[in-house]
Design a protein around this ligand. Sequence first.
Ligand code: MN
Length: 154
Amino acid sequence: MEGLNKYFKKRNFSKSPEPKGNKEFKENRDPIFVIQKHQATHLHYDFRLEKNGVLKSWAIPKQPPVESGIKRLAIRVEDHPLDYADFEGEIPQGLYGAGKVEIWDKGTYVLQEWETTKIIFELKGEKLKGDYCLLKLKPKLAEDKNWLFFKISD
Ligand code: MN
């Protein structure tokens, strides 16, 4: 799931308004996160964290929690290009991910721990603020895409 090959394979850029991933970014800045509300066949929230020049991405079927005590399933999906963080618009019917995409929250984050099965970070968004965790549900199954996303109690 490294790199952007899957992102490009799934999309037809002559028809989709989604970013082609060719925008350049300043080196010296804080890493970003974004959550896009995506009204596809099923409404979900795409959570994306910048890492190694791409946006590591998870699809969360329910609204991400602003407080601790709520755990959400987060399904790992393909990496997205950094400029996807600014994308809002309508993906036309018939295309992969067809439906409306809007930014639900966005900001920078401070990484605390990034392991293969556990990621801990402080989010500095408008809606999500504080320490959050992504935890792989079945740590021994490398190919399993199910994670949990939750706020760590203050
Ligand atoms: Mn999506």
